[in-house]
Design a protein around this ligand. Structure first.
Ligand SMILES: *Cc1c(COP(=O)(O)O)cnc(C)c1O
Ligand SMILES: [Zn+2]
Length: 415
């Protein structure tokens, strides 16, 4: 039995084929590449019940991942995150089966770990010694740490405004870290130049094909956790859209394998921030591609992507599943984030909170029905955003006694 059943790669735009095992970047037509597997063979050698005895990490699906030699797997135990019932907040928005796929407890604190685990493992398999990427923060942090574990050097450029915690994560992992007085697009230009000059491997979002493969495992896990059924709706905070493209790809693969029903896919929802909503705009205009969003700004920095390389794939997944795209403003996101912490005890990231606001809005519009199974994807830990929530806290002198004003109890607010 083989570890991976990868067969080849293909370009979803011009359909050109590429062999497995090369140092692939974009197709010559400019499109990201997708990985194909010999699903017929996998169907013969692997059954859903075989997974039951495997480790609870994303490598349990190794036949459906691109790494061919087990020795090259670089892992920190990522994957099989909880699918939590969200009863209180669900009741609050009149959705009786609201669940949260919680990526807040994954290594490195965000689901970027999935893409980094598979991407870095592949870099190792391909004999790459140094990788390079621009980042808004979270991806750089994950890739720097996984690269360190894989014995690979990394060069990372991020905006000076990127969250300091992600800067520290890169630095402590020993990355060659640089800050740019500009945006992620400026960081991207510096990386493109550096990559050419020093022959580094460019792992910018979707410029290498394996990050999607890591992120698609969220789709496998959701199906497996629901007993090989799919939910009615999945809401996803969309920046580059890698996760959404991945989840859609995963579900199609499971259909081909016959592990989930052929006649039902969840309606996929791309959730963006009002200050950066190119996919929402394109979807509303029924377009197949998005336009660059000028002067983008949002506290949900993980989704601050003005123009995604894979935008056409994201839009395709929305159209083909009768999904939709929706934008939420920052203030609403932060309000939802607090509400979720108070009602459910989970401190999730703003990107994750935006998916709950979107569910609330779509329920109000009756786009989501009260009894549908709805999954909100929380992509990271609130702990990584120490500066987006600030509260007034009383300071006491030693020996002073505490007085409680029950009617003014902040923890009751919103119940
Ligand atoms: C990167 C990121 C996203 C967006 O992910 P894509 O798959 O690129 O759309 C969402 N949330 C967080 C916390 C992120 O770091
Ligand atoms: Zn092509």
């Amino acid at each position: 039995m083989k570890f991976s059943y990868i067969s080849h790669l293909h370009c979803p735009k011009c359909q050109k084929r590429f062999s497995a095992g090369g140092k692939h970047q974009l197709c010559e037509c400019g499109s990201p590449l997708l990985v194909n597997y010999d699903l017929k063979e996998i169907g013969k050698v692997l059954k859903p019940k075989d997974l039951l005895t495997r480790n609870t990490d994303l490598w349990r699906y190794h036949e459906l991942l691109p790494v061919q030699n087990k020795e090259n797997v670089v892992t920190l135990g990522e994957g099989m995150t909880p699918l939590l019932p969200m009863k209180q907040i669900g009741a609050d928005m009149d959705i009786s089966n609201l669940l949260m796929k919680d990526e807040g407890i994954i290594p490195t604190g965000t689901f970027k770990a999935r893409g980094a685990a598979v991407g870095v493992s592949m870099a190792k398999e391909l004999g790459i010694q140094e990788l390079a990427m621009p980042t808004n923060g979270n991806a750089g942090a994950s890739w720097a740490l996984y690269a360190a574990r894989g014995g690979i050097n990394s060069t990372i450029v991020m905006p000076v405004d990127a969250p300091k915690i992600t800067r520290n994560e890169c630095a402590i992992a020993g990355a060659d870290l640089h800050l740019v007085n500009g945006l992620i697009s400026d960081a991207g230009k510096i990386i493109s130049q550096t990559v050419k000059e020093y022959a580094l491997f460019d792992v910018s979002t979707l410029k290498e094909p394996y990050r999607i493969e890591g992120k698609k495992t969220m789709g496998y896990e959701i199906a497996e956790q629901l007993g090989w059924k799919v939910p009615d709706v999945i809401l996803y905070p969309t920046g580059g859209g890698v996760g959404l493209i991945g989840i859609y790809k995963a579900l199609k693969e499971l259909q081909t394998l016959g592990w989930i029903a052929e006649d039902k896919l969840p309606r996929l929802v791309a959730v963006q921030a009002e200050g950066c909503a190119p996919i929402v705009k394109a979807w509303k205009e029924n377009k197949m591609e998005s336009e660059f969003w000028v002067d983008s700004e949002t506290i949900a920095f993980g989704v601050n992507v003005p123009k995604a390389l894979g935008d056409f794939l994201v839009l395709q997944s929305l159209y083909e599943t009768n999904g939709c795209a929706i934008a939420i403003d920052d203030e609403t996101i932060l309000e939802e984030q607090r509400k979720i912490a108070r009602m459910e005890g989970t401190f999730i990231c703003p990107e994750g909170a935006s998916t709950f606001s979107a569910a609330r809005r779509l329920r109000e519009e009756n786009w989501i029905k009260a009894n549908e199974v709805v999954i909100a994807l929380n992509t990271g830990a609130g702990l990584k955003y120490p500066d987006t929530s600030s509260f007034e806290t009383p300071v006491m002198e030693p020996g002073e006694s505490l007085t409680k004003n029950v009617s003014n109890n902040t923890f009751r607010e919103g119940r």
